[in-house]
Design a protein around this ligand. Structure first.
Ligand code: ARG
Length: 284
């Protein structure tokens, strides 16, 4: 019998309005949808802004799946690891049921892309980030890059960044796209974000950045996904989708992302799910 050690974790005591992947925000507030200049495909009537990504447009974007079903988004950060949100993989999630799919634009197109199992998870529960180590490397897709730690050149308030994910495309009803969605979201200043979420303690920390505006932003299933900018032919990931309002993309409720520009990003990671111990004679 294989033994799998699971290190007990103090539960994350943050007030998260929108934590559980797959859940749908309860109180619809009836906002006017604004297709707007979202950078998405304007034929797509839905907001939270986006449109279909083209096949191969953002090759590093990953689908994090539980028992073969998309649960969260992620990004390939090295040939053997994928970054996602910690709340996507925390207990009672069983690492044995977890796979990541990289290089697949349409989740229904099961023959495309690479499917990998997850062997080991390092996570930062406070900053809601996790790195999933894959059982086999992915060598034909360029991983996303990160900004130089401690810098903010890519974080100018008002500038646009791209968000990609397979999250819900309707703020009021469950509507999961099979094709990867993309949208351009404006970045906010830290002061503005703090003010927007002042009424919810612990919602916004100095390791977060905020992006989005009414009708444009992340939703359930986008968690763990990348917020990034393209410079030349390189993609730089500046944020990891973490949380937001109970109803997605409402006015005054910008989405919150773990910032990948903070100096300690990746340094605060601790092992949460170790590799199963090798089977010994006594076990088998
Ligand atoms: N936590 C959500 C997830 O698991 C994402 C929340 C994103 N934004 C929002 N406004 N609710 O997919």
């Amino acid at each position: 019998m294989r033994k799998q050690l699971v290190v007990g974790l103090a539960s994350v005591a943050i007030t998260l309005l929108a934590l559980t992947a797959g859940a749908v925000g309860a109180q619809a507030q009836g906002i006017e949808h604004d297709g707007g200049d979202t950078g998405g495909n304007s034929d797509v009537p839905y907001v939270i802004g986006g449109g279909d990504a083209r096949k191969g447009e953002f090759p590093f974007v990953a689908s994090v799946q539980n028992k073969g079903k998309h649960e969260c988004t992620g990004s390939l950060i090295s040939s053997g690891s994928v970054l996602t949100a910690y709340h996507c993989v925390r207990e009672p999630m069983d690492v044995a049921n977890l796979t990541v799919v990289v290089g697949r634009n349409d989740l229904n197109d099961k023959s495309s892309g690479h499917v990998r199992k997850v062997e080991l998870i390092f996570a930062d529960d406070k900053n809601d980030t996790a790195v999933l180590y894959l059982d086999k490397s992915i060598d034909d897709i360029y991983p996303v890059k990160f900004p130089t730690p401690g810098t903010d050149a890519l974080l100018r308030p008002g500038s646009l960044a791209t968000l990609a994910g397979w999250g819900n495309i309707d703020p009021h009803l469950p509507h999961d796209p099979s094709i990867l969605q993309k949208v351009q979201v404006p970045l906010l200043s830290q002061n503005e974000c703090a003010a927007a979420w002042e009424h919810v303690s612990g919602m916004f920390t100095d390791k977060n950045i905020c992006a989005g505006r009414a009708g444009i932003g992340s939703c359930y299933g986008d968690s763990g996904g990348p917020l990034f900018k393209k410079i030349g032919s390189d993609f730089y990931q500046i944020g990891v989708v973490s949380r937001g309002g109970g109803t997605c993309a409402q006015p005054g409720e910008p989405g919150i992302y773990a910032s990948t520009s903070v100096t300690s990003f990746l340094e605060d990671m601790e092992q949460v799910y170790p590799k199963p111990e090798p089977v010994t004679a006594a076990d088998s």
